[in-house]
Design a protein around this ligand. Structure first.
Ligand SMILES: Nc1cc(-c2cccs2)n[nH]1
Length: 247
């Protein structure tokens, strides 16, 4: 997968050199290209923002530099255009399902904005020839979209074939469609069996895989009811039995 990111802070993406994503890049599974938006602002101050038409607080990112930067990216890549992803608090929710959709794409272009966002004509311009998604990673406001892009690249990158070893397959993730899509993961334990007087639940040491699966599902239901009761409403009781059969 090719990923292009246009930003005024390309240094924000240094974390993409380490750990899981860093290894995926070394192995050629992920091909990341970073671009400095200011290289496409040609006034002496390399200005990328201006005051909003209609008044209001903050600054809006100018369409000119973005247009030149996106055109340059499109010209440097394959004939089929990328999927353009614009992080914004006003976007559709970024979910595991959307991460899986993006993981199937050959080319993603992320356009993180600072300030109050990008002039809407940029999305209109490119929306005519490619999928342009305005995406939110949560109901809170960041100072800029770079952190949101890091979140999305990690969530998508770990789904790419070969990135997670079989041991850590993403198939059983929380929120993965089907398996535990509407259930939160329950508590997890590892050695030692007793730690500061805290024992590991006996069932997990029993070797009864069916009972262990039922216990884990029960714990997942309890945690979901406690932390995300709205997910229980969407739960298909049939899926719980399917889960049993899988155990
Ligand atoms: N979910 C989300 C996105 C954002 C921003 C994107 C760009 C500037 S602020 N805040 N919260």
């Amino acid at each position: 997968m090719r990923v292009d990111v246009i930003s005024i802070f390309p240094e924000y993406f240094a974390p993409l050199d380490v750990s899981l994503i860093g290894k995926a890049r070394e192995r050629g599974i992920l091909d990341v290209h970073l671009h400095q938006l200011r290289d496409h602002a040609h006034d002496v101050h390399r200005t990328v923002d201006d005051t909003p038409y209609g008044g209001g607080p903050g600054m809006v990112m100018k369409p000119g530099p973005w247009g030149e930067a996106v055109d340059a990216v499109l010209a440097s890549g394959p004939a089929d255009p990328p999927r353009m992803i614009v992080p914004t608090p006003s976007g559709v929710p970024f979910t595991q399902r959307l991460a899986m959709e993006y993981a199937a794409e050959p080319w993603l272009l992320f356009t993180p904005a600072r300030y109050e966002g990008i002039d809407s004509r940029v999305m209109a311009e490119y929306g005519a020839r490619m999928r342009v998604d305005e995406v939110s990673i949560g109901d809170y406001v960041l100072a800029g979209g770079e952190v949101a892009v890091l979140v999305m690249i990690e969530a998508v990158g770990r789904l790419l074939p070969g990135v997670l070893g079989n041991v850590n397959s993403a198939v059983d993730d929380s929120f993965a469609p089907g398996a535990m899509e509407n259930l939160l993961e329950g508590p997890v334990y590892t050695k030692p069996p007793e730690w500061r007087g805290h024992e590991v639940p006996e069932i997990l040491l029993s070797g009864h895989h069916g009972k262990i699966a039922r216990w884990r599902r029960d714990q997942a239901l309890r945690r979901t009811a406690r932390n995300r009761p709205e997910l229980l409403a969407a739960l298909d009781p049939e899926s719980l039995d399917k889960h049993d059969r899988r155990a």
